[in-house]
Design a protein. Structure first.
Length: 299
């Protein structure tokens, strides 16, 4: 039995996946995902409030890998003599605060659909947090920001083109956008039935409608008016982070008796997230899923 087929069978023996495969992504599901998994991220990922993957260069995971993308964004801020920055889908606020500490003369704004930043993050004079939907940034004026960034959250959108248009509107000319996110690496219609199922379950497990095709996304980038000035395939670099999630989820799915008992106690969103952790390494290794950094510029 192939490994992917085996893992799907492991999941089916504990979880009824039929309803998950039919599910359509909604705003309420995204909100519920982050609310319920707040503790899980803290316990199983990190205590600083980061919700994204680490970027590892030596093949061995370290908690400092979670700050690698922030350091890269920070360098762009310094190189561009940036004065005003916006983070979309800011979660608990950890990314913005990390950058605000390093750049006290820069004004940072952060908006999220549902997640309230930790109280300690409100003590910074150069940060402003507010609720908002990244499809409609009406609270911000045109041509206002020097840099906009979004970490692994554009995948939650069912209309990425609209988000790109809003980012373009609020950016100054020559302003930059930094995006870290996942995509389909292969044509979905060419995948086997097991690969399609694994892709769908991984997406649903993380409250993602679907990751979207990289080529289509880059087409939307051009149609919006942005120019891609840098892109990098970081799929291999996130494997150590994904490997940590895989080891944790394996405990749940490979010990069937334990998994069935725990499923009855744990919130449904938590259990679904473990599906993604169990399947994602294979999708990355087979290049069905890919992970990229894009830097865009408004011309």
């Amino acid at each position: 039995m192939k490994e992917l087929e085996k893992r799907l069978q492991d999941i089916r023996e504990i979880i009824n996946v039929e309803n998950l495969l039919k599910e359509q992504n909604t705003e309420d599901i995204v909100k519920s995902y982050y609310k319920i998994n707040k503790l899980a991220y803290k316990v199983f990922h990190n205590r600083k409030g980061y919700l994204h993957m680490g970027i590892t260069t030596d093949g061995k995971y370290s908690h400092s890998d979670l700050e690698v993308p922030l350091l890269e964004i920070g360098q762009l801020i310094k190189d561009g003599k940036t004065k005003k920055v916006l983070e979309l889908a800011s979660g608990h606020g950890a990314n913005t605060v990390f950058l605000a500490k390093e750049n006290p003369d820069v004004e940072f704004f952060a908006t999220d659909l549902s997640t309230k930043p930790k109280k300690k993050f409100y003590s910074f004079n150069n940060t402003t947090f507010e609720y908002g939907d990244f499809h409609n940034l009406e609270m911000y004026e045109d041509n206002q920001f020097d840099l906009v960034f979004i970490m692994e959250a554009l995948c939650h959108s069912n209309n990425k083109r609209k988000v790109l248009e809003e980012m373009y509107r609020v950016l100054k000319v020559n302003g930059k956008v930094v995006i870290y996110d996942g995509y389909f690496g292969k044509d979905y219609e060419e995948l086997s039935d097991d690969e399609k199922m694994a892709s769908k379950l991984t997406s649903v497990g993380m409250a993602v409608g679907e990751f979207g095709d990289l080529k289509e996304f880059e087409k939307d980038i051009g149609l919006t008016g942005f120019e891609i000035i840098e892109k990098e395939n970081l799929s291999n670099n996130i494997l150590p982070t994904v490997g940590r999630f895989e080891r944790l989820s394996s405990i749940f799915f490979r010990n069937k008796s334990f998994g069935k008992v725990m499923k009855s106690f744990l919130p449904g969103m938590f259990v679904r997230n473990s599906i993604s952790g169990y399947l994602m390494p294979i999708l990355l290794e087979e290049k069905i899923a890919i992970y990229y950094k894009h830097i865009l510029e408004k011309k």
